[in-house]
Design a protein around this ligand. Structure first.
Ligand code: ADP
Length: 320
């Protein structure tokens, strides 16, 4: 393989830049020409790309977001759009592509592989919802950001003997909410994967904690469960505890990646290029039990990952 392209696609995640840097540097070290493609599949369709070298990625390792830009691109999902993307690769001699993104981006990568352009996916999403991988790039940074923010919220909740209902990102996945909830000592945690009667669950945990002498409460709710404003009102009405809602929002996506995300991104970016060098396409890189592995994209997309009930129960048992 003489020429490789790299792009970031879908939702941005801290550490995407570190992955791009690893891809470019691995290519350079192995005398492979590498193109940085802007704005995900949209840039691949419109031909927004430039050749990258060792120096063009020299100041991005520690930066949040994605310097290449990302986009959600509907046109790419049509045959016409896909052919345009393939044409861009053909014109520039690109023989393999590294796609840094989430499940949606991997579906695109798989479609391109089917059409003769070998692609390797690198999982990057703050939600950690890629089933084949124990961790995704961006998840650890986001977890730490959520923990820092909720620690600060706790300072004020404690000062006023208040209850704060915090909404954490994650429409379908509750990994962030549960793990951050454990890290901040939340009184109750609600995630989409585990069905509970939300109001009863929260009130019973608050009452139980109150009986044991607790005066301030943090309730962690995943975005997919929602309704934090109404829940805060309900808690105040039912318990008499002054309650507030706090939606953390987009601040959760940003920031400089943690050590863990930088190292993971570097390993995964490196591994993706090595797979392409061996002529392997339609693969996704993953980490399993601290080891970098890879799977067929179809196989990976069909895997399921869910929250462990015992882990969830533990979170509640150790919170008072
Ligand atoms: P993520 O990669 O974070 O899951 P999206 O689901 O938005 O984000 O997907 C990113 C992009 O991948 C989409 O904008 C689209 O261009 C492409 N994509 C998503 N699903 C498919 C699919 N089934 N076939 C081809 N391309 C897809």
């Amino acid at each position: 393989m003489k020429t490789i392209g790299v792009l970031t696609s879908g939702g941005d995640a801290p550490g995407m830049n570190a992955a791009v840097r690893a891809v470019v540097r691995t290519c350079c070290a192995n005398n492979i020409k590498v193109f940085a493609i802007k704005r995900g599949y949209a840039g691949l369709i419109s031909g927004q790309l430039e050749q990258a070298d060792v120096n063009s990625v020299s100041d991005i390792l520690y930066k949040g977001g994605t310097a290449l830009g990302s986009a959600r691109c509907k046109e790419f999902q049509s045959e016409d759009g896909m052919q345009k993307a393939i044409e861009t690769c053909r014109k520039n001699g690109i023989e393999g592509l590294v796609v840094i993104g989430g499940d949606g981006s991997f579906r695109g990568a798989s479609a391109l592989s089917e059409r003769g352009l070998p692609c390797v996916g690198v999982p990057a999403t703050i939600d950690n919802d890629i089933a084949c991988s124990d961790y995704t790039i961006g998840y650890d940074t986001c977890l730490n950001t959520v923990m820092d923010m909720v620690d600060k919220i706790s300072d004020t909740a404690k000062s006023h003997d208040r209850c704060t209902v915090v909404e954490v990102m994650g429409r379908d996945a509750g990994f962030l909410t549960l793990n951050a909830g454990i890290a901040v000592g939340a009184t109750a945690i609600v995630v989409p994967e585990i069905k509970v009667h939300v109001k009863e669950h929260i009130i019973s945990h608050i009452e139980n904690s109150r009986e044991k002498g607790k005066k301030h409460f943090i309730i962690m709710i995943a975005e997919g469960v929602g309704g934090v404003e109404a829940l805060a009102e309900y808690i105040e009405e039912k318990t008499g505890i002054e309650s507030r809602a706090s939606i953390l929002g987009h601040v959760q996506r940003g920031g400089s990646p943690t050590v863990r995300d930088r190292v993971l991104a570097s390993e995964m970016g490196y591994s993706a290029v090595k797979l392409l060098m061996q002529g392997m396409g339609n693969r996704v890189v993953a980490i399993k039990k601290d080891e970098i592995v890879n799977y067929d994209i179809y196989e990976a997309l069909n895997m399921k990952k869910t929250i462990d009930q015992a882990f969830y129960n533990m979170a509640h048992e150790i919170s008072i």
